[in-house]
Design a protein around this ligand. Sequence first.
Ligand SMILES: *Cc1c(COP(=O)(O)O)cnc(C)c1O
Ligand SMILES: [Zn+2]
Length: 460
Amino acid sequence: MATMPLSQPMDTTHPASPFRAWFACAAGCAGEIPLNQISYYCPKCGSLLDVHHDTTALRTRSPEEWKRLFDDRYCRTTYPYGSGVWGKKEMVCPAVDNANVVSMYEGSSNLFWAERLGKQVGLNELWVKQCGNSHTGSFKDLGMTVLVSMVKQMISEGTRVPAVACASTGDTSAALAAYCAAAGIPAIVILPRNKVSTAQLIQPMANGALTLSLDTDFDGCMRVVRELCTKENIYLANSMNSLRIEGQKTISIEIVQQFDWAVPDVVVVPGGNLGNISAIGRGFLLMQELGIITKLPRLVCAQAQRANPLYRSFLTNYQEFHPIKAKKTLASAIQIGDPVSIHRAVKVLTAFESIVEQANEEELADAAALADQTGLFNCPHTGVALAVLAKLVHRGWVRPHERVVVISTANGLKFTDFKRRYHEGKLRGLQSRHANRPVELPAEYTKARDAIFAALEKQQ
Ligand SMILES: *Cc1c(COP(=O)(O)O)cnc(C)c1O
Ligand SMILES: [Zn+2]
């Protein structure tokens, strides 16, 4: 007879696992749809589906037990729990077998104490959550690991999924391509031509995804992929598919964990398709429901002025919402006029004390560059969030003693074109206030020395 080890590692994939999640209508129609079924809309009313968790089961463990479990797993080696996402598996997606998890140890990103930048904007405690320090360089990895793992699970159960597809402003496609390549699942990415950075275009190409570059904007790509996935049995990887939201939800759990389970006062999130603001809000609400936290932060959604449908809706107190045609913005990943998760986002934002604010092109570019000069290397979307934060501090909505977290959504290394043009002063209509140009010289000691001392003198 085999002996049982005295203390077994907790295996939540065991059929006897008490934790359960399912798809349910976001508008509240009754009925449960299993997570391994291919469906994105409520069969009764056509609303999007959300993932619901059996919170009664989750409450059988005390807040202290959850915190200890998550701390024990954090950044450790037991697969897949060392991942920032799968370390919270019970609250994310309990139904996937560990053998089917496709993880690149996403999450666990640095919470950067922006001490110098904080002082410059008038805050004692500014933190930048570096979600772009991740396998493909954006927070999209956090959701994609969950979605692709579920696809692998479905395939292992005998479901036919010939390919997974997404429309993207550049980061979702990079994440989908990488996770599918790791799992050996075909990926199709649909990009708006000339509206993603060079790095973002090359990422899915390098990972072997079928890359379609369409003569349209993101919203146009979204319409094509929606039709493709409704009419053919290709699996949709956009954040309409709420499995992604579940993974991204761990951003808020991780922030609180990194503060030793204390809740910050304000969280600022750049928003485009509005999946991430919804995810982050849902993470805080779940923690509150389970007693892991006892207060909520204030939430800020930051939009680019040239792609601001949520901001406009906010001005009507969300009484009205009109999709717009988004104009070209340096913050290309949030150049979206018809956000898929608009209803989710409004629901979340109204559950919090919250605000939506916008930043124009010059404000976002200067904010990113100013922050870079304190050691960061920001993408333009993080620039939107930082510019919005500066406005809110100025207006007194954020006060100097408050603990503020800005969500940095992507790695600045994907956006070197933007930075080069900024520092060369070539962004049309912008002053490039913080430009820092290289000094070009012949290779002569005296010329170099004179240039150095002239520059040092100017700095004083
Ligand atoms: C996707 C993305 C966003 C916006 O997230 P949504 O969920 O679409 O609101 C912001 N910044 C970057 C870099 C992104 O890739
Ligand atoms: Zn419904």
